[in-house]
Design a protein around this ligand. Structure first.
Ligand code: B12
Ligand code: SF4
Ligand code: SF4
Length: 302
C-alpha cells in the first residue's frame, strides 16, 4: 500500500497543479451517459467514441488488475489572449498538452517507483478510451460543470487532465467535491450555437454537431455547416469557458511570449510550410492545412 500523500507530493514536485486518487471501478450509467450521448448522435463524426464503450466506463478493462486511478491537473490559463479577429482557443497556445503531460506522468512513475519498486502504472492523456473528466471528478479535483468540463475551484476549467491507472492500492482515496455551479448557467447561455443541451435529469450534454470546437478540429468535411456561428474562432472555441466565473478569477498559469503571440496571430495568412512548422508541437497538430484553410475562409465569409 502506498500513501496517497506521497504520490501527491511527487506530483507537485513534477509540476502538476493538483492530484487526487480514486478507486478503480465502473462509472455508473447516471454518471457517464455515454450511450444516451451516442444514441442522440451528439458524437457527430467522432466514430472513435463508439468504440470501446465498456472500456470507457471501466478502467479495469483498459489495464488488467487496475486498483486505483491517479488523476492530475495542469492549469493553462494564459497571461494574455490573442485578440485578433481570427481566434485560436487558449488551450492550443502552448506546447501540445498530450506531449507535456505524458512526459510529466512518466516522471511521476519514475519518482514513485524509486521509493516503491512494486509500483506499476500506465499514463493516459485524452486519447485513450477512458473518461478523463469523470476520474478527475471522482478524485475530488473538481465537479462537472454545465459546459460538461471539469471545473476546479481554483483553476476553473482551464486545466488539462491526465491519469495513471495503476495496480497499486493507496491508503486514503479522495471524495468528490459538491457541485459548484448552483443556479449559474452562464456557459449554456453564452454558447452562440446552443450546443450545450439539457436533456436527461440534471445532466448537460454537448451536441458536437453544433459545437465550433468539434467543427473546427474534428470535422474533416470540405465545408463547415452553414449555420455555425464561430465568432471568429478558427481552431477550437473558448466561449463557454470565458463565460465561467471560476475561470475569470483563476490565476494565469501560462506565459504567452511575444514571439509565439506574433506567430499565432499571423498564422491565418501563413503558407503550408510555415503553418506546419508553427503547429508541430502544439495541440493544433490535430488538423491539417486543408482544414485550417477551410476554417479561416469560413471565418472571413461569416
Ligand atoms: C470527445 C471530446 C471532445 C468533443 C466532445 C465534447 C464533450 N463535451 O463531450 C469536442 C470535440 C466537442 C471537445 C471539445 C472540447 N474539449 Co474535449 N475531449 C473529448 C474527450 C476525448 C472525450 C469526452 C467524452 O467522453 N465525451 C462523451 C460524453 C458522453 O461525456 P461528457 O461530455 O463527459 O458528458 C456526460 C456526463 O458528464 C454526464 N453529465 C453531464 N453533466 C453532469 C452532471 C453530473 C452531476 C453528473 C453526475 C453527470 C453529468 O452527461 C453527459 C452526457 O452524456 C476528452 C478526453 C477524454 N478521454 O476524456 C476531451 C476533453 C474533455 N476535452 C478537453 C478540452 C480542453 C476541450 C475544449 C475546451 C477545447 C477547446 N477550447 O476548444 C472543448 C470544450 C467544449 C465543451 N464544452 O465540451 C479537456 C477538458 C478538460 C476539463 N477541464 O474538463 C479533455 C478532458 C481533454 C484533457 N485530457 O484535458 N472535446
Ligand atoms: S466550445 Fe463553443 S460552440 Fe462548443 S459548447 Fe462551448 S461555446 Fe458552444
Ligand atoms: S459558467 Fe456557471 S454553470 Fe457554467 S460551468 Fe461555470 S459555474 Fe458552472
Amino acid at each position: 500500500m502506498i500513501p496517497a500523500s506521497f504520490i501527491k507530493e511527487q506530483a507537485a514536485a513534477v509540476g502538476f497543479d493538483a492530484c487526487g486518487v480514486a478507486e478503480a471501478a465502473m462509472l455508473s450509467k447516471e454518471e457517464f451517459m455515454l450511450e444516451e450521448w451516442l444514441d442522440a448522435g451528439f458524437n457527430a463524426g467522432m466514430d472513435y467514441m463508439q468504440r470501446n464503450v465498456a472500456m470507457r466506463q471501466d478502467p479495469r478493462l483498459l489495464v488488467e488488475g487496475a486498483r486505483s486511478v491517479i488523476s492530475v491537473l495542469l492549469a493553462y490559463k494564459p497571461d494574455r489572449r490573442i485578440e485578433s479577429a481570427r481566434k485560436i482557443a487558449q488551450y492550443a497556445y502552448g506546447e501540445d498538452y498530450h506531449e507535456r503531460l505524458k512526459r510529466m506522468l512518466y516522471q511521476l512513475i519514475t519518482r514513485v517507483s524509486e521509493h516503491y519498486p512494486e509500483f506499476e502504472a500506465r499514463p493516459f492523456v485524452d486519447t485513450a478510451p477512458i473518461s478523463d473528466r469523470h476520474w478527475a471528478a471522482r478524485a475530488g479535483l473538481g465537479w462537472l460543470g454545465k459546459n460538461t468540463l471539469l471545473v476546479n475551484p481554483r483553476f476553473g476549467s482551464y486545466c488539462f487532465i491526465g491519469e495513471l491507472v495503476t495496480t497499486a492500492v493507496v491508503d486514503v482515496y479522495d471524495t468528490p467535491l459538491p457541485d459548484g455551479c448552483g443556479d449559474c448557467s452562464r456557459c449554456v447561455d453564452a454558447c452562440p450555437n446552443r450546443a450545450i443541451v439539457h436533456r436527461v435529469g440534471e445532466s448537460y450534454h454537448v451536441d458536437a454537431r453544433r459545437c465550433t470546437s468539434y467543427n473546427t478540429i474534428e470535422n474533416r468535411d470540405s465545408e463547415l455547416p452553414s449555420q455555425l456561428d464561430t465568432r471568429g474562432y478558427v481552431f477550437g472555441c473558448d466561449i463557454c469557458q470565458l463565460a465561467c466565473p471560476y475561470n475569470e478569477q483563476a490565476p494565469a498559469s501560462m506565459p504567452l511570449g511575444n514571439d509565439r503571440k506574433a506567430e499565432l496571430e499571423s498564422l491565418p495568412d501563413a503558407d503550408e510550410t510555415t503553418f506546419r512548422h508553427a503547429i508541430k508541437h502544439s495541440a493544433m497538430n490535430r488538423i491539417n492545412y486543408a482544414q485550417w484553410r477551410r476554417n479561416v475562409d469560413y471565418s472571413s465569409e461569416n
